[in-house]
Design a protein around this ligand. Structure first.
Ligand SMILES: Cc1cc2nc3c(=O)[nH]c(=O)nc-3n(C[C@H](O)[C@H](O)[C@H](O)COP(=O)(O)OP(=O)(O)OC[C@H]3O[C@@H](n4cnc5c(N)ncnc54)[C@H](O)[C@@H]3O)c2cc1C
Length: 441
């Protein structure tokens, strides 16, 4: 039984974003004859690719085994950044300056592409340039962050400023962090409205969208591909697999390369406007410097806070989620200890063995996946790049083209090790914190 004090009377076990943009069945008719491009999945990667292809006059069909928008694209936190698990200095050390610059320039291009798409298409999704506060969970992380961001600024010019612990309450009403960094040009949006807006543009451009239609196999058949689906089979000249964290194991080559893990999020009950301003004065998105991050942001359209954490854990019930996420918010914002939750939800992300996102073409089948928690801009960007490559356009080229997409022996897509990996990351973060305390103490 769930403790009623943890949840509001109108509590929903579904994404907050679905209040405004619930996934609904789409009836855009069946497929007659063959198509130019068939896309598996209906998230941002799929829609961005589809829109580019449709605008170039191609016939496109999108399949989703659930209602369109069921996946992470309408479940995420709506952070708009240029996020990569590997920092610029790490990449530079491993692969050289030019290569690191090329990757980070494209992360920025993904952010700008997403902003431009939303603006050009007139999608009303609360897109904002609110800035991001990254709280350091230890003094060691604060020092490392300051150093890494400064090196990044010197080489590529991304702006930031450090916020010492003494000034932290100007960013968030919390003593949880040992100071942090503000990246002023990063942003946020309402992922439900963004995805819905893009889906509407795809349908308006003549895209065929088949919800509740699972793709069961993709096989070459002469010069085309035959897709066996839970409805009628379809022939397509090109196929894109855009299933990210929802990649089924029957797509063996892809499933062996992505590590799906569950992310958990919650919305608080409605808070007072004045209280919200005190809690996060500049209305920025907030996350921390750990490998396994906690994150919190104001909702764009109500006075609630939306937050997440415990990624990769196994929380099997609403009760377990409420109690774990309740503990997270009271750790970050003690003033909210005991706050009731109006929504709790989960979603699947996809990590990769090299912690890099990947796109390309394997055995004639295109793919874009492995966004490691940054798929809002990267999915949008890869979708467009894949489409441009299919169209034979030189602007489709990217630094991510054809990079080795690693797997490990015996891995077939069952991510049994994720909770253990997360515990290892938690241990490392705690070790960093205590090492610095004893060094400085
Ligand atoms: C809780 C959470 C918070 C996140 N926060 C952020 C954030 O703040 N910022 C950010 O940039 N990223 C964030 N992410 C990651 C981001 O949401 C994803 O990387 C991105 O949405 C992936 O988009 P996609 O189009 O590739 O896949 P998805 O949107 O996940 O869509 C994949 C679809 O494929 C379908 N599918 C699977 N198999 C088949 C099949 N056989 N046939 C037909 N359809 C199939 C599924 O039903 C699903 O709808 C977050 C993710 C989660 C879960």
């Amino acid at each position: 039984m769930v403790d009623n004090n943890l949840l509001t009377p109108d509590f929903k076990n579904q994404p907050y974003w679905w209040d405004r943009a619930p996934p609904v069945p789409v009836a855009s008719g069946g497929v007659s004859g063959s198509v130019d491009v068939a896309i598996v999945g209906s998230g941002l990667t799929a829609l961005s690719a589809a829109l580019t292809l449709l605008r170039a006059g191609r016939k496109v069909v999108i399949f989703d085994s659930e209602d369109p928008g069921f996946g992470a694209s309408r479940r995420n936190a709506g952070y708009l950044g240029r996020t990569l698990k590997k920092s610029f200095p790490e990449l530079m050390q491993a692969h050289g300056r030019e290569s690191a610059l090329a990757v980070y320039r494209e992360l920025d291009a993904a952010l700008q592409t997403t902003r431009a798409l939303i603006s050009d298409e007139g999608i009303d999704c609360y897109i904002a340039r609110c800035g991001r506060f990254i709280g350091a969970t230890s003094a060691a992380h604060y020092d490392r962050m300051a150093k890494e961001l400064e090196i990044t600024r010197q080489h590529i010019g991304f702006d930031f400023h450090m916020v010492p612990k003494s000034e932290q309450r100007g960013e968030i009403a919390s003593d949880r962090y040992e100071g942090g960094a503000v990246i002023p040009d990063l942003g946020s949006l309402h992922p439900g409205l963004y995805h819905r807006g893009l889906l509407e543009r795809v349908l308006a451009a003549g895209g065929i969208v088949c919800g509740r239609t699972e793709v069961r196999s993709v096989e070459p058949d002469g010069r085309l591909f035959r897709l066996r689906t839970s409805a009628a089979p379809v022939m397509a000249r090109e196929v894109i697999v855009a299933t990210n964290g929802y990649t089924p194991r029957k797509f063996r080559w892809h499933a062996r390369r992505v590590i799906p893990f569950t992310a958990y999020m919650a919305a608080t009950e409605v808070l007072g406007e004045e209280q919200l301003r005190r809690l996060i004065p500049h209305g920025r998105t907030v996350l921390d410097s750990n490998m396994n991050i906690d994150y919190i942001r104001p909702a764009p359209d109500t006075t609630r806070l939306l937050f997440g954490g415990a990624t990769g854990s196994r929380l099997d019930s609403v009760e377990a989620m409420a109690s774990r996420l309740g503990a997270i918010i009271s750790r970050i914002l003690p003033e909210l200890a005991g706050v009731r939750l109006s929504h709790l939800w989960t979603g699947l992300c996809a990590a990769t063995f090299d912690m890099m996102p990947h796109m390309g073409c394997h055995d004639g089948i295109w793919y874009g996946m492995g966004y490691n928690f940054a798929g809002v801009p990267m999915g949008t960007y890869f979708g467009r790049k894949i489409a441009q490559q299919i169209l034979g356009l030189p602007e489709g080229r990217t630094v991510f083209d054809g990079t080795h997409f690693p797997t490990v022996p015996l891995y077939g897509g069952n991510p049994w090790f994720v909770p253990y990996a997360m515990r290892y990351f938690d241990w490392r973060d705690r070790r960093d914190a205590s090492a610095r305390r004893s060094a400085s103490g």
